[in-house]
Ligand binder design. Structure first.
Ligand code: AMP
Ligand code: MG
Length: 196
């Protein structure tokens, strides 16, 4: 927590994969994520929150997105939502878009965000283009010299990235398949997922 408050990056376990986390409101901290991953700056990051209330501090939550969050948070579902005016998320996180990808993780990540009281930007803790790490050893192997302080929580439970969806015109669009199955989302919304 002290490292994150000081604008450092920390590799943390989540239930999906290990994330390379930084304070989402601190531009220098977020820039360190892109540098360590060698990730192109046009590829936006997921903001991790404790719950819907924290998400609503910076994002507009429509009724269908709310229903999905209530069904799957905390968990492996990421929602792309419009940013609210005056929000504190640094534009590097969203690559300058007017939307933000948001998820509430389980376990250690959730506790850390709660203690910090701020959202954490956290992509997978690997070099850009490589496989997402599911253990602390895989983080070290992928990031090498760029690996920061890493919290070893053992192997991750889900082991794949989060499912990413966006609600548009009352329909739910699948942007990336992942840890939450499309059928489980369809069971909550009662409608077919739109696939890109
Ligand atoms: P990663 O953090 O490595 O799991 O990657 C996050 C993914 O979320 C990226 O592939 C982005 O394309 C996607 N993403 C993040 N923010 C947005 C957004 N505002 N709109 C659409 N996709 C997004
Ligand atoms: Mg990734």
């Amino acid at each position: 927590k002290a490292a994150l408050e000081a604008g450092e990056t920390v590799a943390i376990p989540t239930e999906t994969v290990y994330g390379l986390a930084a304070d989402a409101t601190n531009g220098e901290a977020v820039a360190r994520i892109f540098a360590a991953k060698q990730r192109p700056s046009f590829n936006p990051l997921i903001c991790h929150v404790t719950d819907l209330a924290m998400a609503e501090g910076f994002a507009a939550v429509d009724p269908l997105s709310r229903k999905l969050a209530e069904a799957f948070w905390p968990g492996a579902l990421t929602l792309v939502l419009p940013l609210k005016p005056g929000h504190a998320i640094h534009p590097l996180v969203t690559a300058g878009l007017d939307t933000v990808a948001v998820r509430a993780p389980r376990g250690f990540g959730a506790e850390l965000i709660g203690a910090l009281g701020r959202p954490l930007a956290a992509p997978s803790a690997n070099r850009s283009g490589r496989i997402s790490p599911t253990s602390a050893a895989a983080v070290a192997a992928s990031l090498g010299d760029a690996a920061p302080l890493t919290v070893d929580g053992g192997p991750t439970q889900v082991g794949v990235e989060s499912t990413i969806v966006m609600v548009a015109d009352g329909a739910v669009r699948l942007l990336r398949p992942g840890g939450v199955a499309a059928e489980d989302i369809e069971a909550v919304t009662g409608a077919r997922l739109e696939r890109a």
